[in-house]
Design a protein around this ligand. Structure first.
Ligand SMILES: NC(=O)c1ccc[n+]([C@@H]2O[C@H](COP(=O)([O-])OP(=O)(O)OC[C@H]3O[C@@H](n4cnc5c(N)ncnc54)[C@H](OP(=O)(O)O)[C@@H]3O)[C@@H](O)[C@H]2O)c1
Length: 225
């Protein structure tokens, strides 16, 4: 499966690209400028030359042509970026990792995007895609540090159970990450907003937190509907 990342030149997208290619997925860093994407790839290869075979770059069109597509733009351009590529995204799994937040002084505050979450806004922009919300709480730095596992649960939600399972399978390949099926896409509102809490904890405790939930004993991918 080839994975494309729209807006893959930012810290989150390029960290995810490095991580996904490190676990065997051919990955394309996409950008509005193929030269910026090339630079982002070159920068990653300086630290991780072994990724060269699986890590590619291109413009957002190249990324949107992949089998599964992640949107890693700022929250207020996620839906328009999906819409710009609507023909290429037709019927695909589209992963939204964007969080609608604002920083006011030392405080992080969640914003309410149109339709209640960025993921729902993206789904409305590309209605025949299977939008899945995931990766919101994984810090970009940890994503990109492929030499170390990421000790975190990854909350995943979407309206298409098969798409959620497919994204869960991808997450389960990332060392240290446990995918958790958090229900339908409406729960993206809570998942995205919770990021403000995590970022606030980072500021308060001068650290980088990641969520880990207790009480789930069985294979987290074996869910009851
Ligand atoms: N940073 C984190 O630790 C982290 C962790 C989890 C989730 N997230 C979420 O992931 C998303 C990306 O985070 P980031 O920190 O990497 O963001 P970012 O650096 O601000 O933006 C990522 C990329 O989006 C593209 N972009 C910027 N403005 C755009 C516009 N108006 N239209 C289309 N594309 C645009 C740019 O790529 P080009 O100019 O090359 O096209 C940029 O490099 C955010 O929504 C964030 O909430 C971030």
């Amino acid at each position: 499966m080839r994975i494309g990342i729209l807006g893959g030149t930012g810290p989150a997208g390029s960290g995810l690209a490095a991580r996904l290619s490190s676990v065997g997925y051919p990955t394309v860093i996409g950008s509005r400028s193929k030269y910026r994407a090339m630079e982002a790839r070159d920068q990653l290869l300086e630290s991780w030359p072994d990724l060269a075979e699986l890590l590619d770059s291109g413009d957002n069109t190249d990324a949107a042509s992949c089998d599964l597509v992640v949107i890693a733009t700022p929250w207020d351009s996620a839906a328009t970026t999906a819409q710009d590529n609507v023909d290429l995204l037709h019927g695909k799994i589209v992963v939204s990792m964007a969080n609608a937040l604002v920083r006011v002084g030392h405080e992080f505050q969640p914003l309410v995007p149109p339709r209640g979450s960025v993921a729902a806004h993206v789904q409305a922009a590309v209605p025949d895609c299977r939008v899945v919300a995931a990766f919101h709480h994984l810090p970009a730095k940890e994503l990109g540090n492929i030499g170390s596992p990421i000790d975190s649960d990854v909350l995943i939600c979407g309206d298409d159970p098969a798409a959620v399972r497919e994204v869960s399978d991808i997450v389960s390949k990332i060392p240290g990450c446990r995918p958790l099926d958090a229900g339908e896409l409406s729960n993206a509102t809570a998942i995205e907003a919770f990021t403000a809490v995590l970022l606030q904890l980072n500021v308060r405790y001068r650290t980088r937190v990641a969520p880990k939930l207790t009480g789930i004993k069985r294979d987290p991918r074996a869910v009851d509907s």
